[in-house]
Design a protein around this ligand. Structure first.
Ligand code: SF4
Ligand code: SF4
Length: 354
């Protein structure tokens, strides 16, 4: 295990205040004063982090903002005809050192999966790279899974370290913060409250305990081929997707979904080029300029979503599934469509979890 510090429960606010001086700090917290859903918010002194509940949205917003300006443009009017006008473009990328504190291991793993898409090529996304290089993830060892979670079935687990720079281990009376990567070690350098031997031992015990938990019993081996065999079975896809409303919620809450669209917003002589989250569950997403739509029905679009997570992506990226089993699409689908049922059915098994 890497370096460890211990943050006593009554000193967490002071520790977060200190971190917020160095980082744009994101923590899970109630979205409004009255409570409500837990989501990642920018920490301000006095924000109460909520570490014992699952978040509605993942922290992917820290590296893939819902709306992100790619460039700003302005027309400088010339003296004469339009030919004398000049277009000024500002494409500077402005990012701040960022720390996501208290995401779950499934969300840190999701960022690692997005890295493959945006950083491995053939196209390098310089906007994503800038944010990613300045973003650290401190993932909280998970002790609050629910019946929608299935991280163990897709390669993760409650104490998974994939994608994390630091790991947060909840103990009685406080949190152990453990460095997993060099960036995590650097963050802990000079931290005065090193964990005692007893705290380190207890942290190790907790990690060992939750590592043995099995979250979800979905069988995903062979999903690449299983999906291909089922691809043409429209009765099957109709059965699993007929209730779908094309609302897109499953994609917006998903930490591994990264569809986006680009629009120019202009007022008078100035404007911005914006990148915004989009959803492959929308009819318009795949609508081509000719009027043709290769995925015209909800069935086609839901099949594509399952195929992307469990067949296309792993086929391209060394077998890695593009699903971390966070369970959000299961929890938040308004008509209770369960992706585990769709995946289990690829093998014509009966899913116990539906
Ligand atoms: S959340 Fe459910 S209803 Fe909405 S698009 Fe996804 S599968 Fe369809
Ligand atoms: S597909 Fe569903 S369970 Fe899998 S990562 Fe996305 S939201 Fe989570």
């Amino acid at each position: 295990m890497g370096s460890m510090v211990f943050i006593r429960g009554d000193r967490l606010a002071a520790a977060l205040d200190r971190l917020a001086e160095r980082f744009d700090l994101w923590v899970p917290a109630a979205a409004s004063r009255g409570g409500g859903a837990i989501r990642f918010v920018r920490y301000l002194s006095g924000t109460t982090p909520v570490l014992d509940r699952l978040t509605a949205l993942s922290p992917k917003e820290a590296v893939q903002p819902q709306v992100e300006p790619l460039l700003r443009f302005k027309t400088i009017k010339g003296e004469g005809s339009r030919e004398s006008d000049r277009l000024v473009v500002d494409d500077r990328i402005e990012v701040k050192p960022t720390l996501v504190f208290g995401c779950r291991p499934c969300d840190a793993r999701a960022v690692q999966l997005s890295d493959r898409v945006f950083l491995e090529g053939p196209y390098l996304d310089v906007y994503y790279r800038a944010r990613r290089e300045s973003t650290l993830l401190a993932a909280l060892v998970c002790r609050e899974g629910d019946s929608a979670c299935f991280c163990s079935a897709v390669g993760g687990g409650p104490a998974d370290t994939a994608g994390g720079d630091l790991r947060i281990i909840p103990l009685e009376g406080g949190l152990v913060l453990e460095a997993l990567q060099e960036r995590g070690e650097l963050l802990l350098e000079g931290w005065s409250e090193a964990a005692t031997e007893a705290e380190g031992a207890e942290a190790r015990r907790v990690v060992e305990e939750v590592s043995g938990w099995r979250m979800g019993d979905l069988e995903t081996r062979g999903s690449i081929e299983d999906f291909k065999k089922r691809f043409q079975d429209r009765d099957y896809w109709r059965d699993v997707a007929e209730r779908c409303l094309s609302c897109g919620i499953c994609t917006f809450v998903c930490p591994t979904c990264y569809c986006f669209t680009i629009t120019d917003e202009k007022k008078d002589l100035e404007g911005e080029r914006l990148r915004s989250w989009d959803s492959c569950m929308f009819y318009q997403y795949s609508l081509e300029a000719s009027g043709h739509n290769p995925r015209p029905t909800r069935l086609d679009r839901y099949r594509n979503r399952v195929g992307h997570k469990f067949s296309y992506f792993p086929e391209k990226y060394d077998g890695q599934l593009s699903c971390t089993g966070c369970g959000r699409c299961v929890r938040f689908c308004p008509v209770s469509i369960d992706i585990r049922r769709a995946v289990a059915g690829l093998k014509e098994n009966v899913c116990e979890c539906a």
